[in-house]
Design a protein around this ligand. Sequence first.
Ligand SMILES: C[S@@+](CC[C@H](N)C(=O)[O-])C[C@H]1O[C@@H](n2cnc3c(N)ncnc32)[C@H](O)[C@@H]1O
Length: 232
Amino acid sequence: MNTWREFWDGAHSIYVSERHKDVHYRDVAEQLAAFVPHPDARVLDHGSGEAIHAGLVAARARELLLCDAAASVRASNATRFAGNPKIKVIGPEDVERLSDASLDLIFANSLVQYLNAAEFDWMLALWRRLLAPGGILIVADVIPPQVGAASDGLALLRYAAAHGFLGAALVGLTRTALSRYWKLRSELGIARYSEPEFLAKLRAAGFSAERLPKNVEHNPARMTFRALPLTN
Ligand SMILES: C[S@@+](CC[C@H](N)C(=O)[O-])C[C@H]1O[C@@H](n2cnc3c(N)ncnc32)[C@H](O)[C@@H]1O
């Protein structure tokens, strides 16, 4: 296993327990649902992961597209959401085939840190092309340069204490520290951006952009941005 794509396609211990996974995806889905601009919106969750509570988002939208690069994640999402006609599970090539200006909201939580600079620039151009005028791009959990493992670990422990899985988090952090995740993080690196750098990237890609006061995920030191396509 030598790439982030392969890592996410295999078994990993990023979630310290089933309760953690459930709380995490519910939290993300509730926040994503709140970003849906209107009931007729077509929404893309890009790098969705298992998105087990995506039904909460679909209930607020016309259509929800769940795209993940990992075939195993797509397979489990397709099974889980087979009974929900508003949810479509698609791959990265399907996203490329979507029509210009066909989406009202694009959401990418905890995705861009796993993309290299060229992949990220390519994705920004794709998002710009796909968003309808008045559409919204939310890019969340962006890691600033100074935020490292200690900040992530502490934030997870606080989140776990607040949601009743502190014991599992203490065990899980040790397991993660010894896992492939940290080995890969030191081998491949992870993309980090300062706030001004990230805003400049969004603006260069044709968006007006702002950092939101609160990050979508549990580490408040990471950042969430809202970007709106500029009209030419
Ligand atoms: C850290 S997980 C985040 C999952 C989810 N967004 C969440 O809120 O928990 C990153 C996910 O992005 C997916 N991914 C990575 N690169 C991708 C790409 N280029 N296109 C689509 N999905 C990608 C991975 O397969 C993985 O499921």
